[in-house]
Design a binder for this molecule. Sequence first.
Ligand code: PAF
Length: 284
Amino acid sequence: MKIIHSPAEMTAWAKGEAASGRRICLVPTMGCFHAGHLSLMRLARGRAERVVVSLFVNPTQFGPREDFAAYPRDFARDSRLAAEQGVDLLFAPEAAQMYPAGFQTVIRVSGLTRYLCGASRPGHFDGVATVVHKLFAITRADSAVFGEKDFQQLAVIRRMVADLNLDIEIIGHPIVREEDGLAMSSRNIYLLPADRAAALSLSQAIRLARRAAAAGERTVAVLAGLVRAHIESFAGTEIDYAAFVDAASLEPVEKVDARTLLALAVKIREKVRLIDNGFVLKAD
Ligand code: PAF
């Protein structure tokens, strides 16, 4: 597996691949790989002749009181795992190469970011959209794979690609879960064994809402009550949002239908912010 740090070198390599008729599928990541990331890489493998994984902990998508400095980093482990998945190239730039002196452009997707993480993490999606646009340009990717755990991120990127006529196919990958239902996340490594029960309350709450909806309950106020009560029954949980939204617009809804997504963000022990989501009218 080739490793490149410089954006200019990355683009030169990508141009060479395109000239030889080889397509590139990009998996953008911030590292600290888990089984979910590896699954994205395997999906990418089936989509193009070349798989590029970017590894960049993007400072502009973290708020001032968020975990940028503490975000888990292990380049040696990540590069070994990517190589084992048959990744062709790992692109790992430095922040100064991505945002050199004088940098002043921001990409903002305005509507979809009014809700959910966009509301509780101001500026987060500006950072995400800007860095993802840069990664698309630098790697010249033909397609890119993103996990559906970050449902709003995927929606924002699809919107940006459509609005800016970017010639890239966006591929979503279903949430990868641990055996007990916990959605895989790099932030799970912050969880202590004693946090597990509280962390599992998110996926359990989604199942609870699904069961109630399957039994005929369609009123969001009732379902939201069940979801909140379940999560709050675990010590150390603090709900950031538990929102029933339309999956296309991300706007809150009052009655559940086939497009209704339950999106959750919960802080565990005031330290670990977990997110999860699922369609409400879907069998477990
Ligand atoms: O989902 C992530 O890991 C990041 O938000 C991304 C898409 C790599 C942008 O920094």
